[in-house]
Ligand binder design. Structure first.
Ligand SMILES: [Zn+2]
Length: 599
């Protein structure tokens, strides 16, 4: 992993507006000098997540997460520090130093190349659709479905040439002119080699819908045929290092503002559904592209929406994929309604024939999630018999056990016991048994949460406070170097921070808290640093505070050594080692004198 020079990281951090970047993921409101919102890293109903624009840091007082803007991106998008810096480098137009190495899977430049290839392909396909004679038929098809130029632009729709009479390597040749070779296209899922060894474009003779991430970058494509009889009807990019099907929500990049505004999201089955509804003026729509909704996708939508409506085609509401999505939503506890369109309708045909108001009415009347799920169970099992109830509970109990929010679980439990006429306590028992069984699989998740918390909660408050004091009152830093040794502190974590601070002073490097959390040696301590700077100090007592802190740390340190020496002394006396005992007694006396001087 190449190390980016600190000054470039500093420039990018300073040029990035942390409230703006975080604001794209979390709804923030002003509260004094900082902004607060609901933490995206743990479930909560009252906001304990704060962003401090002055310090360029965020901090959650619920789960302990915290750090700089890079740390936030790392955590929320599950990317490396390098990738987070790279992303904001693009956004702020502050370039990173070039590296010539373009190979290797973990090399971030490799993902850069894939982003570039996707970007080029998107622009090429879009151009062909709007300006090339080869795109005429595809454009006519879109017009026949009433898709306007505005919507084509908004979603970046394109046409990949390569029908029967056309060449099959147009993208490959265009890319070559731009110094993007076949290998990069192949790794980006945009080209492939036939069995005979011919190099061809993956998408040919298809309408293509760019799939974009939250930063509006194309990471893959969905392709749809326009001529009947061609197979398969839908073709997606394969998974690449930047495109993981289960994590991406199609259309969220364009829909997120509308979702945030209306607080609700409509989830449909395919790209064309999103586009048809957007064309009809319904903008808060996203799609899962044919797969069942995953937990990642739910969380991504949940960041912007309070409510979800799952909109199914007339024929697919009872399908397995639909039910799997419903199960995921049940365990996340997001308020959801299930809406089934009348038979033979999809969102496009429905809106075109019945209008937007009819759709809005359907959305309001949708079935609550649990009710819908229970209705499906009633189709599977005879819920009047005991054996039918037992089977239904076999499906429901693991689902309830997975539900993380206890309140939500309790509400579901009551409803289920009423609907099945089963004693609530028996149900409760079953669930706790099931939770114990699943504990080991859940443990990694819980452990990381707890470990974050314990990073800071086991540390003496006075040490956290003192580190925060130094960061906020840097005129005391220099004299601290000569008065305090890192080992005087009890907490290993605080020792490491102090050590690093001393090093930075030694190198004459600028010091600020956000910068400190971005130091690779301290990357695990970002939550701690972000907590340290939350303590406040009154101006007139600063010098007193510093002096008292230094002597108290010193005294505690000496006391600790004395205790250790006394232990050794006792052991030496038991062993009858008189010489050692005498030396130890002298050392202890000296330490006692030192301790009094430190007062
Ligand atoms: Zn949190």
């Amino acid at each position: 992993m190449p190390r980016i020079p600190d000054d470039i990281i500093d420039n990018i951090r300073e040029a990035s507006d942390i409230t703006e970047v975080i604001g794209e993921h979390v709804q923030l409101r002003q509260n004094g000098n900082s902004m607060v919102g609901l933490c995206p890293f743990h479930e909560e109903k009252t906001p304990s997540f704060t962003v401090n624009p002055g310090l360029q840091m965020f901090k959650c007082f619920g789960c302990g997460e915290g750090g700089s803007v890079f740390k936030f991106l790392q955590k929320i998008d599950n990317i490396s520090f390098y990738e987070a810096v790279k992303r904001l480098s693009d956004r702020t137009s502050i370039p990173l130093p070039k590296s010539s190495d373009h190979s290797g899977k973990t090399d971030p430049h490799f993902t850069d190349a894939i982003f570039q290839a996707n970007e080029l392909a998107q622009r090429f396909y879009h151009y062909v659709l709007l300006n090339d004679v080869k795109g005429k038929q595809a454009l006519a098809y879109l017009k026949s479905r009433n898709v306007s130029n505005d919507i084509i632009q908004q979603f970046g729709i394109g046409y990949a040439p390569g029908n029967k009479n056309e060449k099959w390597d147009e993208l490959i040749r265009v890319a070559q002119k731009k110094q993007i070779n076949f290998e990069t296209l192949a790794r980006s899922g945009l080209a492939l080699k036939t069995k005979k060894g011919n190099k061809i474009d993956r998408f040919r003779g298809r309408l293509v819908f760019p799939i974009r991430n939250n930063s509006n970058k194309t990471i893959g494509f969905g392709g749809r045929v326009i001529e009947a009889g061609q197979e398969p009807k839908y073709l997606n990019s394969p998974e690449t290092p930047i495109y993981q099907k289960s994590r991406v929500v199609y259309g969220l990049d364009t829909a997120k503002e509308a979702i945030r505004h209306s607080k609700s999201a409509i989830v449909v089955e395919g790209y064309m559904d999103v586009i048809s509804l957007a064309q009809a003026g319904v903008q808060n729509v996203v799609a899962t592209s044919g797969t069942a909704l995953t937990e990642h996708q739910c969380m991504a939508i949940d960041r912007f929406a309070d409510r979800i409506a799952l909109l199914f085609d007339g024929d697919s509401a009872g399908s397995n994929a639909a039910l799997r999505g419903v199960e995921v939503l049940l365990s996340t506890g997001i308020e959801t309604r299930i809406v089934s369109l009348p038979d033979e309708h999809d969102p496009d045909t429905f809106v075109q024939s019945q209008g937007v108001n009819a759709l809005q009415n359907l959305l309001v009347e949708g079935s609550p999630l649990l009710k819908f799920y229970m209705q499906n169970l009633a189709k599977k099992y005879d819920l009047k018999t005991n054996s039918g109830k037992t089977k239904a509970l076999g499906d429901l109990v693991p689902l309830l056990a997975k539900t993380r929010n206890a309140l939500h679980r309790d509400l579901m439990l009551t409803e289920i016991s009423q609907r099945l006429a089963v004693d609530e306590n028996i149900l409760r028992n079953e669930i706790s048994k099931n939770m114990l069984r699943h504990d080991s699989s859940k443990r990694t998740h819980i452990d990381t949460q707890i470990s974050h918390k314990s990073v800071t909660s086991d540390i003496p408050r006075r040490e956290k406070e003192f580190i925060g004091f130094l960061l906020k009152n840097q005129k005391f830093l220099l004299k601290t170097v000569s008065s305090l040794k890192p080992e005087y502190l009890e907490s290993k974590a605080c020792q490491r921070i102090l050590q690093k601070l001393f090093e930075l002073i030694d190198q004459n490097s600028p010091i600020d808290s956000a910068r400190l959390t971005d130091q690779p040696e301290l990357s695990d301590l970002a939550p701690l640093v972000s907590e340290c700077v939350t303590f406040g100090f009154s101006e007139d007592t600063l010098t007193n505070y510093w002096e008292e802190s230094i002597s108290s740390f010193h005294r505690r340190y000496i006391e600790k050594i004395i205790t250790e020496k006394r232990q050794e002394l006792t052991e030496a006396q038991i062993d009858g080692n008189n010489l050692k005992a005498k030396n130890l007694s002298e050392e202890i006396n000296k330490l006692n004198t030192e301790k009094h001087l430190a007062n």
